[in-house]
Design a protein around this ligand. Structure first.
Ligand code: GTP
Ligand code: MN
Ligand code: MN
Length: 417
């Protein structure tokens, strides 16, 4: 049935997790503008409650999943999460001019905040400090001798030119294949899954997120071995390994849904890898996949003994200051620096981890809030806990995660809120 009022058919859920939010949608301009307000509110937020920022994000999320192009603000009447402020802004944008946004995008402070928070390891508070010091460019930070001790900031600055260049999906797929090949040698049967934005069908992103699990529960010690192997392949620039901090209480303990989202307790490695340039350049048609892989495995020595992979105790994590960052001009190296996240999940938690790490961040926020408010259950990347029965519900597929939540399955490509 064609409804010319648009908004009401089919029923437009207040929950983003009950809606489909594709990458390409009807209201790109409005969504982008609302997210400027979100970003600005996040940066201004002194008490870290992010409620203002989230309100704009929810409004943006609404227009992204709205079935038609919004041409009149009244089309959004009665739709949840489009509050008076967002409504006024949308009305002004549709009329051609929104003073509030116009002032923000012309603010030098906003420009600098975006620039500085674009550095790996730099959040709004560090960015503010840099601005207070009078720094106006990345170069100012790079040239300073009084910079954060944080390894992420140091390396993030040293390779900022590479890192600010978005990772393309081709790169992410090919890197994942290399990891798959190496991982399989270390631990046969290991599951290697590219997650994050690329799993949602994005064509570019700020990093490569790879989730691991092992069906037989043999995952202990795998990540350090993988890192040792990648170091031998000369593919690691720096990084930090975190052991699992999971304990059963994590599933059930009372929790507050923070606007910033929740950190999980998985074992992980966050860092910067070196991707061979010829793996990165060109497109699939010109460079057969195998070339990229061969180039990379060429460097390898034989891998017969698993002992080779044993991490040396001290090596547990390098790059926490003892190994000072350096720079090499792009033209003088055959690799490009890329942000990489490796996450290891126990098999019993894997499908919850997969949903959590596929994102988007906003989709997860919504799933978790829905779970808390509608189902009185706690959803995390580790599992799904029922406060009434005191039980956790297992899931043996991603579909089962949605079934447990009593939700229609949403394909990753429709989780782009
Ligand atoms: P781009 O990398 O910019 O393309 O976007 P992305 O969606 O991949 O974002 P990101 O790499 O930051 O995160 C991927 C998913 O993992 C998102 O849904 C995040 O919510 C989630 N995520 C990232 N870091 C953490 C973390 O420390 N804990 C948990 N639980 N989730 C995280
Ligand atoms: Mn990502
Ligand atoms: Mn990530």
């Amino acid at each position: 049935v064609e409804g010319n009022e648009g908004a009401s058919e089919p029923r437009f859920s207040e929950w983003a997790c009950q809606r489909s939010t594709p990458l390409k949608h009807q209201n790109d301009f409005l969504a982008t503008q609302l997210e400027i307000l979100q970003k600005y509110a996040e940066m201004k937020d002194e008490n870290h409650d992010y409620s203002r920022a989230l309100a704009f994000r929810r409004a943006s999320c609404v227009v992204k999943s709205f079935p038609i192009t919004v041409t009149n603000v009244n089309q959004l009447n009665g739709i949840n999460h489009v509050g008076p402020h967002s409504k006024r802004v949308i009305g002004e944008l549709l009329d051609g001019y929104c003073d509030e946004i116009n002032r923000i995008v012309n603010e030098e402070w906003f420009e600098k905040m975006k620039m500085f928070t674009g550095v790996f390891g730099v959040g709004p508070s560090t960015a503010k400090k840099w601005i207070e010091r009078g720094w106006t460019s990345i170069k100012d930070a790079q040239e300073s001798t009084d910079i954060s001790k944080d390894w992420r900031v140091q390396w993030g600055l040293a390779f900022h030119d590479d890192l600010m260049n978005p990772v393309k999906s081709n790169e992410a797929y090919r890197f994942t294949e290399i990891i798959q090949t190496e991982a399989e040698k270390i631990l046969p049967g290991i599951v290697v899954q590219l997650t994050g934005g690329f799993r949602r069908g994005k064509h570019q992103g700020h990093d490569i997120d790879i989730l691991f699990t092992h069906p037989n529960g043999e995952e202990t010690g795998f990540l350090p071995k993988l890192l040792t192997r990648l170091e031998k392949l000369n593919m690691v620039l720096c990084g930090s390994h975190e052991s699992s901090s999971f304990h059963e209480k994590v599933l059930s303990e009372d929790f507050k849904l923070t606007a910033r989202g929740q950190l999980d307790h998985f074992e992980k490695w966050l860092g910067i890898c070196k991707l061979p340039k010829d793996l990165v350049s060109g497109d699939d048609a010109q460079i057969p996949l195998s070339n990229g892989l061969e180039k990379c495995t060429e460097i390898k020595e034989n891998v017969d003994s698993l002992d080779d992979y044993e991490p040396k105790a001290k090596k547990q994590r390098k790059c926490h200051g003892d190994n000072s960052p350096f720079t090499i001009a792009t033209s003088e190296r055959d690799w490009i620096a890329r942000r990489v996240d490796f996450i290891m999940s126990p098999y019993s938690q894997y499908y919850y981890a997969l949903v959590g790490w596929t994102g988007s961040k906003q989709f997860n926020r919504d799933l978790r809030l829905y779970s808390q408010k509608v189902l009185n259950r706690k959803l995390t990347s580790h599992g799904f806990y029922d406060f009434t029965t005191g039980k956790t519900l297992p899931a043996n597929s991603e579909t089962e995660v949605f079934e447990n939540l009593n939700l229609q399955y949403q394909h990753p490509k429709n989780r782009n809120c």
